[in-house]
Design a protein around this ligand. Structure first.
Ligand code: KIV
Length: 287
């Protein structure tokens, strides 16, 4: 099957086909989600909380995203590979944003994602003009949780809803090829989706979007806490715990490693080795 490009995302919207994305942060899971047929893989800054045990996505920088992006890129996915620009990597100046976006592209990203709307118009425009596809991210911006006072549902008040719609329009005008809408009331995501030519990909913002994205660890039941809007399709936490418990029991009871899981050099070799050891060290035994 052909490589997914940013143009395919836009075509999918015009054909009314849903776009599906998930996060991945390493080589094996990138392979698996790609085989499952997703359209896009996001190396999200959620890696900070989901994989690294940190309390916020703001705790990581370029080095961490680059590290995980390189692992995912080695899977050579068919899906479009998008990397998050971490907190502090694009806000200072458009020039610095471009320098950092170039690093992500060189590490294998095919697009970058930035949080914000009207206020990052110049930055998005600069990246797009330089040839870097940009995915916007509006509604709840977790990188701004400190200012927002938490991970709140956005767009409940008309003023806030209008701001989100303005943000979406600004991002489209700046040249973004798609926009993630996170944790807004469904009506706002529906209005944004109707008013844009570029696709909206939602997380926790209802069904009236051009696509959906979820965090992989939530879908497969590896997250400690799953947000109400994510659906858990497998219980890998229990599966992994049970597998490791079985290994622990097998080792302690002598059932592992069983015959076939190791190689022997034969009795003649063992006898020769013992003779040599006796000659060299005497007949000392530790047990
Ligand atoms: O980092 C991430 O996982 C994200 C998704 C929530 C869209 O930005």
């Amino acid at each position: 099957m052909a490589k997914v490009t940013v143009q395919d995302f836009i075509k999918k919207k015009s054909r009314g086909e849903k776009i599906v994305m998930v996060t991945a942060y390493d080589y094996p899971t990138a392979k698996i989600v790609d085989e499952a047929g997703v359209d896009g893989i996001l190396v999200g800054d959620s890696v900070a909380m989901v994989v690294l045990g940190l309390d916020s996505t703001t705790r990581i920088g370029m080095a961490t995203i680059l590290h995980h992006l390189r692992a995912v890129a080695r899977a050579r996915p068919r899906a479009l590979l998008v990397a998050d620009m971490p907190f502090g990597s694009y806000e200072i100046s458009a020039e610095e944003a471009l320098r950092n976006a170039v690093k992500l592209i060189r590490a294998g990203a095919e697009a970058v994602k930035l949080e914000g709307g009207v206020e990052i118009f110049n930055i998005v425009e600069k990246l797009v003009k330089a040839g870097i596809p940009v995915m916007g991210h509006i509604g709840l911006n977790p990188q701004r949780a400190l200012v927002l006072g938490g991970y709140k549902l956005m767009g409940k008040k008309v003023e806030q809803a209008l701001k989100i719609i303005e943000d979406a329009k600004a991002l489209e005008e700046a040249g973004a090829f798609a926009i993630v809408i996170e944790h807004t009331v469904a009506e706002v995501a529906a209005e944004v989706t109707k008013r844009l030519k570029i696709p909206t990909i939602c997380i926790g913002s209802g069904p009236h979007c051009d696509g959906q994205i979820l965090v992989l660890h939530d879908i497969v039941g590896l997250s400690e806490q799953v947000p109400y809007f994510a659906k858990v399709y497998a219980d890998l936490r229990t599966a992994v715990r049970k597998a490791v418990e079985a290994f622990v029991n097998d080792v302690r009871s002598g059932r592992f490693p069983e015959e076939g899981r190791y190689r022997s050099a034969g009795e003649k070799f063992a006898e020769e080795l013992r003779a040599l050891l006796r000659e060299r060290y005497g007949d000392t035994r530790t047990r």
